[in-house]
Design a protein around this ligand. Sequence first.
Ligand code: HEM
Length: 425
Amino acid sequence: MASSKMESAPKFPFSRPKGAEPPTEFAKLRATDPVSHVTLWDNSHPWLVTKHKDVCSVLTDKRLSKERTRPGFPEMSAGGKAAAKNKPTFVDMDPPQHMQQRSMVEPLFTKEAVEKLRPHIQETVDKLLNDMVKRGCEKPVDLTENFALPVPSYTIYGILGVPMEDLGFLTKQASIRSNGSSTAREASGANQTLLDYMGNLVEKRMKEPKNDLISKLCTEQVKPGHIEKSDARQIAFLLLVAGNATMVNMINLGLVTLFQHPAQLKKLKANPNLSHYFVSELTRYHVASALATRRVAKEPTEVHGKKIKPGEGVIASNMSASRDEDVFSDPDTFDMMRFAPKEEGGKGEDWYKAMGFGWGEHRCIGEWLSRAELEIVFATIFQKLPELRLAIPMEEVKYTPPERDVGITELPVVWQMRKDSVMIG
Ligand code: HEM
Protein backbone atom coordinates (compact mmCIF):
# COMPACT_ATOMS: atom_id res chain seq x y z
CA MET A 1 0.00 0.00 0.00
CA ALA A 2 1.42 3.41 -0.94
CA SER A 3 2.18 5.51 2.16
CA SER A 4 -0.35 8.26 1.26
CA LYS A 5 -3.07 5.62 0.97
CA MET A 6 -1.88 4.15 4.28
CA GLU A 7 -2.24 7.57 5.93
CA SER A 8 -5.83 7.85 4.74
CA ALA A 9 -6.68 4.43 6.26
CA PRO A 10 -9.72 4.85 8.55
CA LYS A 11 -9.32 5.40 12.28
CA PHE A 12 -9.80 2.30 14.43
CA PRO A 13 -11.59 1.28 16.66
CA PHE A 14 -14.66 2.25 14.66
CA SER A 15 -17.61 3.77 16.54
CA ARG A 16 -20.89 2.00 17.10
CA PRO A 17 -23.62 4.07 15.41
CA LYS A 18 -26.20 3.52 18.17
CA GLY A 19 -26.63 1.49 21.35
CA ALA A 20 -25.08 -1.95 20.95
CA GLU A 21 -25.11 -2.03 17.13
CA PRO A 22 -21.74 -2.97 15.61
CA PRO A 23 -19.94 -0.30 13.57
CA THR A 24 -21.33 -0.13 10.00
CA GLU A 25 -17.79 -0.17 8.56
CA PHE A 26 -17.48 -3.91 9.22
CA ALA A 27 -20.23 -4.93 6.76
CA LYS A 28 -18.81 -2.58 4.10
CA LEU A 29 -15.28 -3.97 4.51
CA ARG A 30 -16.47 -7.60 4.42
CA ALA A 31 -18.09 -6.82 1.07
CA THR A 32 -15.39 -4.66 -0.49
CA ASP A 33 -12.00 -4.93 1.20
CA PRO A 34 -11.91 -7.74 3.79
CA VAL A 35 -8.21 -7.32 4.65
CA SER A 36 -7.36 -3.63 4.80
CA HIS A 37 -5.29 -1.12 6.74
CA VAL A 38 -6.58 0.99 9.64
CA THR A 39 -5.02 3.83 11.65
CA LEU A 40 -4.59 3.47 15.41
CA TRP A 41 -4.21 6.17 18.13
CA ASP A 42 -0.38 6.09 17.73
CA ASN A 43 -0.61 6.54 13.95
CA SER A 44 0.38 2.95 13.26
CA HIS A 45 -1.41 1.09 10.42
CA PRO A 46 -2.08 -2.56 11.25
CA TRP A 47 -4.19 -4.82 9.02
CA LEU A 48 -7.86 -5.30 9.90
CA VAL A 49 -9.32 -8.70 8.97
CA THR A 50 -13.12 -8.89 8.80
CA LYS A 51 -14.29 -12.17 7.14
CA HIS A 52 -14.99 -15.21 9.36
CA LYS A 53 -12.78 -17.59 7.36
CA ASP A 54 -9.86 -15.13 7.40
CA VAL A 55 -10.26 -14.35 11.12
CA CYS A 56 -10.04 -18.11 11.82
CA SER A 57 -6.95 -18.39 9.64
CA VAL A 58 -5.24 -15.46 11.44
CA LEU A 59 -6.03 -16.91 14.87
CA THR A 60 -4.51 -20.30 13.97
CA ASP A 61 -1.50 -19.05 11.95
CA LYS A 62 1.75 -19.92 13.76
CA ARG A 63 3.57 -17.21 11.81
CA LEU A 64 1.57 -14.63 13.73
CA SER A 65 2.49 -13.90 17.34
CA LYS A 66 0.65 -12.80 20.48
CA GLU A 67 3.82 -11.49 22.15
CA ARG A 68 3.15 -7.85 22.88
CA THR A 69 6.84 -7.03 23.28
CA ARG A 70 7.45 -7.60 19.55
CA PRO A 71 7.75 -4.37 17.55
CA GLY A 72 4.63 -3.72 15.49
CA PHE A 73 2.20 -5.42 17.90
CA PRO A 74 -1.00 -3.33 17.63
CA GLU A 75 -1.69 -1.67 20.97
CA MET A 76 -5.03 0.08 21.45
CA SER A 77 -3.92 2.83 23.87
CA ALA A 78 -0.91 4.39 25.58
CA GLY A 79 -1.88 2.47 28.73
CA GLY A 80 -1.85 -0.77 26.74
CA LYS A 81 1.59 0.03 25.33
CA ALA A 82 2.94 0.59 28.85
CA ALA A 83 1.27 -2.59 30.17
CA ALA A 84 2.83 -4.60 27.30
CA LYS A 85 6.21 -4.24 29.03
CA ASN A 86 5.02 -6.14 32.13
CA LYS A 87 5.99 -9.76 32.66
CA PRO A 88 3.54 -11.71 30.46
CA THR A 89 1.03 -14.39 31.41
CA PHE A 90 -0.18 -17.07 28.98
CA VAL A 91 -2.65 -14.70 27.32
CA ASP A 92 0.33 -12.89 25.75
CA MET A 93 2.51 -15.93 25.00
CA ASP A 94 3.17 -18.09 21.91
CA PRO A 95 3.68 -21.86 21.74
CA PRO A 96 5.12 -23.75 23.49
CA GLN A 97 5.14 -21.44 26.58
CA HIS A 98 1.47 -20.52 26.06
CA MET A 99 0.13 -24.06 26.54
CA GLN A 100 2.69 -24.88 29.24
CA GLN A 101 1.28 -22.09 31.39
CA ARG A 102 -2.37 -22.33 30.29
CA SER A 103 -2.46 -26.05 31.14
CA MET A 104 -1.47 -25.25 34.76
CA VAL A 105 -4.96 -23.83 35.34
CA GLU A 106 -7.03 -25.30 32.49
CA PRO A 107 -8.21 -28.41 34.43
CA LEU A 108 -10.34 -26.10 36.60
CA PHE A 109 -12.12 -24.60 33.56
CA THR A 110 -12.98 -27.65 31.43
CA LYS A 111 -16.62 -28.41 30.58
CA GLU A 112 -16.57 -31.28 33.10
CA ALA A 113 -15.06 -29.16 35.90
CA VAL A 114 -17.59 -26.40 35.29
CA GLU A 115 -20.51 -28.88 35.38
CA LYS A 116 -19.58 -29.58 39.01
CA LEU A 117 -19.73 -25.84 39.77
CA ARG A 118 -23.28 -25.42 38.47
CA PRO A 119 -25.02 -26.01 41.84
CA HIS A 120 -22.75 -23.40 43.43
CA ILE A 121 -23.44 -20.87 40.65
CA GLN A 122 -27.19 -21.56 40.93
CA GLU A 123 -26.99 -20.91 44.69
CA THR A 124 -25.20 -17.60 44.11
CA VAL A 125 -27.76 -16.48 41.52
CA ASP A 126 -30.69 -17.53 43.74
CA LYS A 127 -29.27 -15.74 46.75
CA LEU A 128 -28.65 -12.48 44.90
CA LEU A 129 -32.16 -12.55 43.42
CA ASN A 130 -33.74 -13.42 46.76
CA ASP A 131 -31.88 -10.51 48.37
CA MET A 132 -33.20 -8.19 45.67
CA VAL A 133 -36.75 -9.44 46.22
CA LYS A 134 -36.41 -8.97 49.99
CA ARG A 135 -35.15 -5.40 49.61
CA GLY A 136 -37.95 -4.62 47.15
CA CYS A 137 -38.07 -2.02 44.41
CA GLU A 138 -39.87 0.99 45.70
CA LYS A 139 -37.18 2.90 43.85
CA PRO A 140 -35.48 1.59 40.69
CA VAL A 141 -32.69 -0.88 41.49
CA ASP A 142 -29.37 -0.93 39.61
CA LEU A 143 -29.12 -4.46 38.27
CA THR A 144 -25.41 -4.06 37.53
CA GLU A 145 -24.44 -3.42 41.12
CA ASN A 146 -26.90 -5.84 42.69
CA PHE A 147 -26.66 -8.74 40.29
CA ALA A 148 -24.61 -8.53 37.07
CA LEU A 149 -21.36 -7.64 38.86
CA PRO A 150 -21.56 -9.98 41.88
CA VAL A 151 -22.52 -13.13 39.87
CA PRO A 152 -19.20 -13.47 37.98
CA SER A 153 -17.12 -11.98 40.80
CA TYR A 154 -18.39 -14.39 43.46
CA THR A 155 -17.96 -17.34 41.10
CA ILE A 156 -14.37 -16.68 40.08
CA TYR A 157 -13.39 -15.70 43.64
CA GLY A 158 -14.73 -19.07 44.78
CA ILE A 159 -12.53 -20.87 42.24
CA LEU A 160 -9.45 -18.82 43.14
CA GLY A 161 -10.05 -19.29 46.87
CA VAL A 162 -10.57 -15.71 47.97
CA PRO A 163 -11.89 -15.63 51.58
CA MET A 164 -15.61 -14.79 51.73
CA GLU A 165 -15.13 -11.80 54.02
CA ASP A 166 -13.05 -10.00 51.34
CA LEU A 167 -15.60 -10.39 48.54
CA GLY A 168 -17.32 -7.04 49.06
CA PHE A 169 -14.08 -5.07 49.13
CA LEU A 170 -12.64 -6.82 46.06
CA THR A 171 -15.87 -6.56 44.07
CA LYS A 172 -15.79 -2.82 44.71
CA GLN A 173 -12.15 -2.57 43.52
CA ALA A 174 -12.94 -4.66 40.41
CA SER A 175 -15.82 -2.34 39.64
CA ILE A 176 -13.69 0.83 40.03
CA ARG A 177 -11.05 -0.78 37.80
CA SER A 178 -13.34 -1.60 34.91
CA ASN A 179 -16.65 0.26 34.96
CA GLY A 180 -15.43 3.04 32.67
CA SER A 181 -16.74 5.87 34.86
CA SER A 182 -13.71 6.02 37.24
CA THR A 183 -10.76 8.33 36.50
CA ALA A 184 -7.58 6.76 35.07
CA ARG A 185 -5.92 7.31 38.46
CA GLU A 186 -8.70 5.63 40.40
CA ALA A 187 -8.72 2.71 37.94
CA SER A 188 -4.96 2.18 38.14
CA GLY A 189 -5.08 2.46 41.98
CA ALA A 190 -7.75 -0.26 42.08
CA ASN A 191 -5.67 -2.36 39.69
CA GLN A 192 -2.67 -2.16 42.02
CA THR A 193 -4.83 -2.92 45.07
CA LEU A 194 -6.07 -6.12 43.40
CA LEU A 195 -2.54 -7.12 42.35
CA ASP A 196 -1.20 -6.56 45.88
CA TYR A 197 -4.09 -8.52 47.32
CA MET A 198 -3.35 -11.48 45.03
CA GLY A 199 0.36 -11.28 45.97
CA ASN A 200 -0.55 -11.55 49.68
CA LEU A 201 -2.90 -14.43 49.03
CA VAL A 202 -0.14 -16.32 47.17
CA GLU A 203 2.15 -15.81 50.20
CA LYS A 204 -0.56 -17.18 52.53
CA ARG A 205 -1.30 -20.24 50.36
CA MET A 206 2.44 -20.98 50.01
CA LYS A 207 2.52 -21.42 53.79
CA GLU A 208 -0.92 -22.96 54.25
CA PRO A 209 -2.40 -24.48 51.07
CA LYS A 210 -6.16 -25.06 50.78
CA ASN A 211 -8.34 -26.67 48.14
CA ASP A 212 -8.39 -23.84 45.58
CA LEU A 213 -6.71 -22.64 42.38
CA ILE A 214 -4.10 -20.43 44.03
CA SER A 215 -3.04 -23.24 46.37
CA LYS A 216 -2.83 -25.57 43.35
CA LEU A 217 -0.51 -23.11 41.59
CA CYS A 218 1.62 -22.75 44.74
CA THR A 219 1.89 -26.49 45.43
CA GLU A 220 2.19 -27.86 41.89
CA GLN A 221 4.06 -25.05 40.14
CA VAL A 222 5.81 -22.58 42.46
CA LYS A 223 7.22 -25.03 45.04
CA PRO A 224 8.76 -27.41 42.42
CA GLY A 225 10.24 -24.32 40.70
CA HIS A 226 8.26 -24.36 37.42
CA ILE A 227 7.13 -20.76 37.91
CA GLU A 228 7.93 -17.94 40.34
CA LYS A 229 5.62 -16.56 43.02
CA SER A 230 5.19 -13.43 40.91
CA ASP A 231 3.89 -15.60 38.02
CA ALA A 232 1.31 -17.20 40.33
CA ARG A 233 0.22 -13.71 41.40
CA GLN A 234 -0.10 -12.56 37.74
CA ILE A 235 -2.03 -15.69 36.67
CA ALA A 236 -4.46 -15.34 39.59
CA PHE A 237 -4.89 -11.66 38.75
CA LEU A 238 -5.47 -12.47 35.06
CA LEU A 239 -8.22 -14.94 35.93
CA LEU A 240 -9.77 -12.45 38.33
CA VAL A 241 -10.00 -9.60 35.84
CA ALA A 242 -10.04 -11.20 32.35
CA GLY A 243 -13.72 -12.05 32.25
CA ASN A 244 -15.20 -9.76 34.84
CA ALA A 245 -16.27 -6.67 32.88
CA THR A 246 -17.18 -8.87 29.90
CA MET A 247 -19.50 -11.01 31.99
CA VAL A 248 -21.19 -7.97 33.54
CA ASN A 249 -21.74 -6.54 30.08
CA MET A 250 -23.08 -9.81 28.69
CA ILE A 251 -25.64 -10.13 31.51
CA ASN A 252 -26.85 -6.55 30.98
CA LEU A 253 -26.83 -6.84 27.18
CA GLY A 254 -28.73 -10.12 27.40
CA LEU A 255 -31.50 -8.52 29.46
CA VAL A 256 -31.82 -5.49 27.22
CA THR A 257 -31.83 -7.72 24.12
CA LEU A 258 -34.70 -9.74 25.61
CA PHE A 259 -36.65 -6.56 26.39
CA GLN A 260 -36.12 -5.54 22.75
CA HIS A 261 -37.45 -8.92 21.56
CA PRO A 262 -40.61 -9.54 23.64
CA ALA A 263 -41.72 -12.62 21.67
CA GLN A 264 -38.40 -14.34 22.39
CA LEU A 265 -38.57 -13.25 26.04
CA LYS A 266 -42.03 -14.86 26.28
CA LYS A 267 -40.63 -18.07 24.83
CA LEU A 268 -37.71 -18.10 27.28
CA LYS A 269 -40.02 -17.46 30.24
CA ALA A 270 -42.19 -20.37 29.14
CA ASN A 271 -39.20 -22.68 28.67
CA PRO A 272 -36.10 -21.66 30.69
CA ASN A 273 -34.16 -24.60 29.19
CA LEU A 274 -33.89 -22.52 26.02
CA SER A 275 -31.38 -20.32 27.83
CA HIS A 276 -28.71 -22.70 26.51
CA TYR A 277 -29.44 -21.66 22.90
CA PHE A 278 -30.16 -18.07 23.91
CA VAL A 279 -26.65 -17.72 25.39
CA SER A 280 -24.94 -19.06 22.25
CA GLU A 281 -26.80 -16.51 20.12
CA LEU A 282 -26.09 -13.77 22.66
CA THR A 283 -22.33 -14.34 22.44
CA ARG A 284 -22.52 -14.21 18.65
CA TYR A 285 -24.76 -11.16 18.42
CA HIS A 286 -22.94 -9.09 21.07
CA VAL A 287 -19.18 -9.52 20.99
CA ALA A 288 -18.20 -7.90 24.27
CA SER A 289 -14.47 -8.63 23.92
CA ALA A 290 -13.75 -7.41 20.42
CA LEU A 291 -10.26 -5.98 20.67
CA ALA A 292 -8.28 -8.85 22.22
CA THR A 293 -7.76 -10.88 19.05
CA ARG A 294 -4.64 -9.03 17.87
CA ARG A 295 -1.39 -10.46 16.52
CA VAL A 296 1.91 -9.38 14.90
CA ALA A 297 3.66 -11.19 12.03
CA LYS A 298 6.92 -13.01 12.93
CA GLU A 299 7.35 -14.34 9.39
CA PRO A 300 5.85 -13.42 6.01
CA THR A 301 2.30 -14.69 5.64
CA GLU A 302 -0.75 -14.15 3.46
CA VAL A 303 -4.41 -13.54 4.33
CA HIS A 304 -7.10 -13.38 1.61
CA GLY A 305 -4.40 -12.75 -1.02
CA LYS A 306 -2.80 -9.85 0.94
CA LYS A 307 0.88 -10.26 1.80
CA ILE A 308 1.70 -9.52 5.44
CA LYS A 309 5.32 -8.73 6.28
CA PRO A 310 7.19 -9.49 9.53
CA GLY A 311 6.58 -6.70 12.06
CA GLU A 312 3.14 -5.80 10.68
CA GLY A 313 0.24 -5.87 13.12
CA VAL A 314 -3.02 -7.73 12.48
CA ILE A 315 -6.39 -7.15 14.16
CA ALA A 316 -8.72 -10.11 13.54
CA SER A 317 -12.21 -8.79 14.15
CA ASN A 318 -14.21 -11.44 15.97
CA MET A 319 -17.07 -8.92 16.07
CA SER A 320 -17.16 -8.63 12.29
CA ALA A 321 -16.72 -12.40 11.85
CA SER A 322 -19.75 -13.04 14.07
CA ARG A 323 -21.92 -11.08 11.63
CA ASP A 324 -20.49 -12.67 8.46
CA GLU A 325 -23.37 -13.36 6.07
CA ASP A 326 -21.44 -16.25 4.47
CA VAL A 327 -21.55 -18.15 7.78
CA PHE A 328 -24.72 -17.05 9.59
CA SER A 329 -28.11 -16.60 7.92
CA ASP A 330 -29.63 -13.16 8.40
CA PRO A 331 -26.75 -12.28 10.75
CA ASP A 332 -28.10 -8.94 11.99
CA THR A 333 -31.24 -10.58 13.36
CA PHE A 334 -31.22 -11.84 16.95
CA ASP A 335 -32.68 -15.33 16.87
CA MET A 336 -32.35 -17.37 20.04
CA MET A 337 -33.29 -20.54 18.11
CA ARG A 338 -30.46 -20.07 15.57
CA PHE A 339 -28.27 -22.73 17.18
CA ALA A 340 -31.10 -25.06 18.26
CA PRO A 341 -31.39 -28.25 16.17
CA LYS A 342 -33.95 -28.24 13.35
CA GLU A 343 -35.99 -30.99 15.04
CA GLU A 344 -36.46 -28.60 18.00
CA GLY A 345 -37.68 -25.83 15.71
CA GLY A 346 -34.28 -24.14 15.40
CA LYS A 347 -32.08 -23.23 12.45
CA GLY A 348 -29.43 -25.83 13.26
CA GLU A 349 -26.47 -23.48 12.70
CA ASP A 350 -23.08 -24.30 14.26
CA TRP A 351 -22.72 -22.57 17.67
CA TYR A 352 -18.96 -23.15 17.77
CA LYS A 353 -18.53 -20.74 14.85
CA ALA A 354 -19.92 -17.83 16.90
CA MET A 355 -16.82 -15.79 17.64
CA GLY A 356 -17.59 -14.14 20.99
CA PHE A 357 -15.01 -16.31 22.76
CA GLY A 358 -12.37 -16.09 20.03
CA TRP A 359 -10.84 -18.96 18.04
CA GLY A 360 -7.79 -21.22 18.04
CA GLU A 361 -5.39 -21.90 20.90
CA HIS A 362 -6.15 -18.64 22.68
CA ARG A 363 -9.93 -19.21 22.59
CA CYS A 364 -11.29 -18.11 25.97
CA ILE A 365 -10.29 -20.39 28.85
CA GLY A 366 -13.37 -19.13 30.72
CA GLU A 367 -15.84 -20.07 27.94
CA TRP A 368 -17.51 -23.00 29.72
CA LEU A 369 -17.63 -21.10 32.97
CA SER A 370 -19.16 -18.03 31.30
CA ARG A 371 -21.69 -20.14 29.41
CA ALA A 372 -22.74 -21.90 32.64
CA GLU A 373 -23.12 -18.59 34.50
CA LEU A 374 -25.09 -16.97 31.67
CA GLU A 375 -27.30 -20.02 31.16
CA ILE A 376 -28.16 -20.12 34.86
CA VAL A 377 -28.74 -16.36 34.99
CA PHE A 378 -31.16 -16.32 32.05
CA ALA A 379 -32.93 -19.53 33.06
CA THR A 380 -33.53 -18.17 36.58
CA ILE A 381 -34.02 -14.41 36.53
CA PHE A 382 -37.45 -14.34 34.83
CA GLN A 383 -38.71 -17.25 36.90
CA LYS A 384 -37.88 -15.32 40.04
CA LEU A 385 -38.83 -11.88 38.75
CA PRO A 386 -41.39 -12.51 36.00
CA GLU A 387 -42.35 -8.83 35.88
CA LEU A 388 -38.78 -7.54 35.63
CA ARG A 389 -38.55 -4.52 33.34
CA LEU A 390 -36.45 -1.45 32.66
CA ALA A 391 -37.12 1.54 34.90
CA ILE A 392 -36.09 3.93 32.11
CA PRO A 393 -37.07 4.26 28.45
CA MET A 394 -35.00 2.02 26.14
CA GLU A 395 -33.37 5.11 24.55
CA GLU A 396 -31.92 6.11 27.94
CA VAL A 397 -29.96 2.88 28.54
CA LYS A 398 -26.34 3.89 29.22
CA TYR A 399 -23.96 2.08 26.89
CA THR A 400 -20.16 2.14 27.07
CA PRO A 401 -18.50 4.79 24.85
CA PRO A 402 -19.13 3.91 21.16
CA GLU A 403 -15.49 3.13 20.30
CA ARG A 404 -14.96 0.92 23.38
CA ASP A 405 -16.01 -2.69 23.93
CA VAL A 406 -19.79 -2.89 23.86
CA GLY A 407 -21.48 -2.96 27.24
CA ILE A 408 -24.01 -1.35 29.54
CA THR A 409 -22.76 0.53 32.59
CA GLU A 410 -25.93 0.91 34.68
CA LEU A 411 -29.25 -0.85 34.37
CA PRO A 412 -32.09 0.56 36.51
CA VAL A 413 -34.88 -2.00 36.76
CA VAL A 414 -38.14 -2.51 38.65
CA TRP A 415 -40.38 -5.50 39.21
CA GLN A 416 -43.56 -6.28 40.99
CA MET A 417 -43.86 -9.40 43.02
CA ARG A 418 -46.73 -11.59 41.95
CA LYS A 419 -48.74 -13.01 44.83
CA ASP A 420 -47.92 -16.56 43.70
CA SER A 421 -44.15 -15.90 43.37
CA VAL A 422 -42.16 -18.43 45.37
CA MET A 423 -38.73 -17.88 46.90
CA ILE A 424 -36.07 -20.07 45.28
CA GLY A 425 -33.49 -21.77 47.47
C1 HEM B 1 -18.88 -13.78 28.30
C2 HEM B 1 -17.72 -13.58 28.86
C3 HEM B 1 -16.39 -13.66 28.14
C4 HEM B 1 -16.07 -13.32 26.85
C5 HEM B 1 -17.00 -12.73 25.78
C6 HEM B 1 -14.64 -13.59 26.68
C7 HEM B 1 -13.94 -13.39 25.50
C8 HEM B 1 -12.64 -13.80 25.28
C9 HEM B 1 -11.95 -13.75 23.99
C10 HEM B 1 -12.53 -13.19 22.70
C11 HEM B 1 -10.71 -14.28 24.18
C12 HEM B 1 -9.66 -14.54 23.10
C13 HEM B 1 -8.52 -13.57 23.08
C14 HEM B 1 -7.50 -13.88 21.98
O1 HEM B 1 -7.65 -14.67 21.05
O2 HEM B 1 -6.48 -13.27 22.04
C15 HEM B 1 -10.60 -14.64 25.58
C16 HEM B 1 -9.49 -15.18 26.17
C17 HEM B 1 -9.37 -15.37 27.54
N1 HEM B 1 -10.36 -15.28 28.48
FE1 HEM B 1 -12.28 -14.79 28.16
N2 HEM B 1 -14.15 -14.08 27.85
C18 HEM B 1 -15.17 -14.14 28.77
C19 HEM B 1 -15.11 -14.61 30.06
C20 HEM B 1 -13.97 -15.02 30.70
C21 HEM B 1 -13.89 -15.46 32.08
C22 HEM B 1 -15.06 -15.57 33.06
C23 HEM B 1 -12.58 -15.69 32.33
C24 HEM B 1 -12.00 -16.16 33.66
C25 HEM B 1 -11.62 -17.35 33.87
C26 HEM B 1 -11.84 -15.44 31.11
C27 HEM B 1 -10.48 -15.59 30.94
C28 HEM B 1 -9.82 -15.53 29.73
C29 HEM B 1 -8.40 -15.80 29.58
C30 HEM B 1 -7.42 -16.09 30.70
C31 HEM B 1 -8.11 -15.71 28.20
C32 HEM B 1 -6.78 -15.94 27.52
C33 HEM B 1 -6.73 -17.35 26.95
C34 HEM B 1 -5.45 -17.65 26.25
O3 HEM B 1 -4.77 -16.73 25.80
O4 HEM B 1 -5.11 -18.84 26.13
N3 HEM B 1 -12.71 -15.03 30.13
N4 HEM B 1 -11.79 -14.35 26.22
